[in-house]
Write a protein of this length. Sequence first.
Length: 214
Amino acid sequence: MSEYIPLSLRRKIVIALDPEHVLAGATDIAEDLADEALAAQQQKRFATFKTVAWAKANVLRPQEDHVFLATSLDTAPKALDPTVLASIWNSLAGGSESHASRRKKAQEALRRLSEQLSQVGVSASWEALEGPMGEQIPRCVERHRGELLVVQAPERGGWADMVSFSWADVCVRQAGCPVLVVQQKDLPDNVALAMDPPAAGQDMASAWGDSRED
C-alpha cells in the first residue's frame, strides 16, 4: 500500500475546460432540442470527458497529484459569441437563461467530473470562475501554485484563427508553468476508458450523467 501524500506536497495540475463544452455537460439538456442540436451538445459533453480521460491516461500520477478542474464564464462576452446569440434566441422564445443559471450548470458539470476522477483514484477539486478564460485561468494557476496546465483547446477555425488569439493561446503565453494544449480532433473515443469503462449497454456519452430517456 502506497504512502498517502498530503495535498500540500502533491504536484498541482490545473485542467482548464472550455466553458461552451462544460455547459453542455449539465444534465438538463433541453428536451426540445432538434436532433442535430442535441447531437452537437452530446459531442461537446463527450469531448470534455475525453480531455479529462486523456490527462488521466497520459499525464496524471494519481498517488502524487492533485487536479484543479477549472472553467470561467465571461460576464461580458463578445457580441458575436455563439453563447450570446443563443441567449438572444432563448430570450425571444421566452426561455431566457440567466448568468446565474449558466454558472450553476458549469458548477454541476465540474463537480461531476471531479467526482469521477476521485472514483478512479485521482485527488481533485473544481472551480467555476467568472471573467475571460485568458485572464482567469492563469490567475487560477498562480493561486494554486500550479506546476502544469492542461488546456482543452476551444473549437475554432477559419477567420477566428487568423484574426485573433483564442483563450488557450493567451494561457500558453500567460501561465507561469508548462502548458499542454489538447486538441479535440486528436483524441480517439477509446481514451475515455481511462476513466473506467461504462456499464454494459451504456454508451460513453451517457456514462457522463446523461439522464435523458429515448
